[in-house]
Ligand binder design. Structure first.
Ligand code: PNS
Length: 161
């Protein structure tokens, strides 16, 4: 089985993430969307909630599943019997950070390969933090996050008020 890991914070999943996941699901037997359990970042959604939102958004993709992970990404990838990490690139500005991460992951584990997938042009300006800011300020997040999770995002922000 050819398995790919697509790691991130996904707080929350955006249309840009979903674009990468969908395209990746056509290339691999299984795609594991790995949600970082990042307590230090104080995310809007808990890890369990972020996993549920990914599951809702990818319900039509049979070979995609989401799960949380702690610790080093390379160790997590090994535990899933894969060497493939997928990262999305939106712009040149992403590249510098992602390049550093890819080299560090390679240093930590030489079998790990980081493959970059270029985000579709129509999603290149979307990020989870911008989406949260728009939602907090009462703007529309349609076409920015998957339709299936718009209500969850609005409800979460209303609860936080
Ligand atoms: O969506 P994000 O926040 O940009 O995702 C970052 C993520 C989860 C890919 C990165 O923080 C990560 O891999 N964390 C796991 C810890 C780890 O392995 N750190 C060393 C990377 S060189």
């Amino acid at each position: 089985m050819n398995i790919a890991i697509y790691p991130g914070s996904f707080d929350p999943i955006t249309c840009g993430h979903l674009d990468i996941i969908t395209r990746c699901s056509k290339l691999y037997d299984e795609v594991i969307v790995a949600v970082l359990n990042n307590s230090s970042k104080s995310p809007l959604f808990t890890t369990e909630e972020r996993i549920k939102l990914i599951e809702k958004s990818t319900a039509n993709l049979n070979n995609v599943r989401a799960e949380g992970f702690d610790g080093l990404l390379v160790e997590y990838a090994k535990s899933k019997n894969t060497h493939t990490i997928i990262k999305g690139l939106r712009a040149i500005s992403d590249f510098e950070y992602e390049f550093q991460m890819a080299l560090l992951n390679k240093k930590l584990s030489s079998e790990i390969e980081t493959l970059f997938m270029v985000t579709s042009e129509s999603h290149s300006y979307i990020s989870s933090s911008i989406v949260k800011e728009i939602a907090i300020l009462g703007g529309s997040v349609r076409d920015l996050v998957p339709d299936e999770i718009i209500c969850d995002l609005i409800q979460k922000i209303e609860k936080r008020r």
